[in-house]
Design a protein around this ligand. Structure first.
Ligand code: ADP
Ligand code: MG
Length: 394
């Protein structure tokens, strides 16, 4: 996939509209995690160094077209300023006369951060007039908001037709390159690790990857859905009943292709989902009546570690168990460590909780690529592209 990139362009003296993903978690007016802010810095610093003046925009949360003070990007202006050691000007709207004026007075090397795009319902509606107004603030357009590229929102999609000069930032370039590598000629064996909860949401991605992968291993609610599809006992484990027929269909496709496929050989089962639960490991791949499967067991960890050691390419989405509870986190942490310890594998992790688990295991720097957008990465793997990326192609 060949994108127009910022390296191809000249930004000296240009006003650049830069769309980023600053959709960070905020609690009681505090930034809880600034990973997404940091992820945008390479592009920001590059453009400033090239002599651009930056008009940066983002969404935050789901204000649904209304001004919600708790979802203001003002605190991001402060945090970004601290991270790059520069003053970041903030303006309390993203369109209108005041914004227009502010965008005209910033100088090369300066940054103006606009208020939350989603305070206007036109952003999510993909409204063309709104896109045009945003576009009128600058000379050229750069998108680095990977996490929003699966949406045809005004600032990532419609806006591009009002600029001659558009490009992908470093983050989008890296995300697209890493995910494309999984789809186009991945080095074999290619191992897909599937866990987590949102089974139905992930089936499209799984179907598309079946033609690329050699091995599939499962954990979490995903595994129980597949075990249920085999008509095995799952006790009171959480399962997505609606997705069972889809799981059956996938098993048929797997068999047709003679792929290696595993559900856990054993489980950690508990009497309730709580830190003070009674829990122990089963001896087999089923879950007895009245018990809840909360993690993969030690035999499964061993088998999955072996699959990981044999792989040359890995994509992992979804934790192996309820990793938020210490006693049920072992399977997920051990899988993360096994990937981290495996030299010479191309590993990609996608999904908010999977990324959190990899950070918790302390192996994030040993992963080839960590996706910054969960939904966007899954849709990219399902469709091979995203609307917001398609418009940035050469
Ligand atoms: P990601 O964000 O990586 O895409 P998901 O959101 O699909 O992953 O799934 C993560 C959630 O799945 C976590 O909150 C975790 O507690 C939950 N989960 C994993 N295994 C189980 C299980 N056996 N029973 C219930 N919930 C589970
Ligand atoms: Mg999640």
């Amino acid at each position: 996939m060949e994108l127009q990139t910022i390296k191809d362009k000249d930004y000296k003296g240009k006003r650049v509209f830069l769309r980023v993903d600053f959709n960070i978690p905020v609690e009681n007016g505090e930034v809880m995690d600034d990973t997404r802010i940091k992820a945008a810095i390479p592009t920001i610093e590059y453009l400033l160094k090239q002599g651009a003046s930056l008009i940066i925009s983002s969404h935050l949360g789901r204000p649904k077209g209304k001004v919600v003070p708790e979802m203001s990007l003002k605190i991001v202006a402060e945090r970004l300023g601290n991270l790059i050691g520069k003053d970041v000007k903030f303006i309390s709207d993203c369109v209108g006369q005041e914004v227009k004026k502010a965008s005209q007075v910033i100088k090369p090397g300066e940054i103006l951060l606009l208020e939350n795009l989603r305070f206007h319902k036109e952003e999510e509606e993909g409204d063309d007039e709104f896109a045009k107004e945003l576009a009128s603030l600058a000379d050229c357009y750069v998108n680095d908001a990977f996490g929003t590229c699966h949406r045809k929102h005004a600032s990532v999609y419609g806006i591009t037709k009002f600029f001659k000069d558009i490009a992908a930032g470093y983050l989008i370039e890296k995300e697209a390159a890493s995910l494309s590598k999984l789809l186009e000629n991945p080095e074999k064996p290619f191992l897909l690790i599937l866990g987590g909860a949102k089974v139905a949401d992930k089936i499209g991605m799984v179907k598309n990857l079946l033609d690329k992968i050699d091995t599939l291993i499962t954990g979490g609610v995903m595994a129980y859905t597949f075990i249920k599809a085999k008509n095995w006992e799952i006790g009171d484990s959480k399962v997505e009943m609606d997705a069972v027929p889809l799981a059956k269909e996938i098993v048929r496709e797997i068999n047709k292709r003679h792929l290696e496929f595993h559900t856990p050989l054993d489980h950690i089962i508990a009497d309730k989902i709580a830190p003070d639960a009674h829990y122990f490991a089963t001896e087999r791949g089923t879950v007895p009546h009245n018990w809840i499967g909360v993690d993969i067991g030690p035999q499964a960890i061993e088998e999955y570690t072996d699959c990981i050691k044999r792989a040359k390419t890995i994509f992992w989405n979804g934790p192996m168990g309820i990793y938020e509870i210490e006693a049920f986190a072992k399977g997920t942490i051990e899988i993360a460590k096994a990937i981290g310890q495996h030299e010479g594998v191309f590993s990609v992790i996608g999904g908010g909780d999977s990324v959190a688990a990899v950070n918790k295991a302390g192996v994030a720097d040993r992963i080839s690529h960590i996706c910054t957008g969960g939904g966007a990465s899954l849709e990219f793997l399902e469709k091979g592209t995203l609307p917001g990326i398609e418009v940035l192609k050469k």
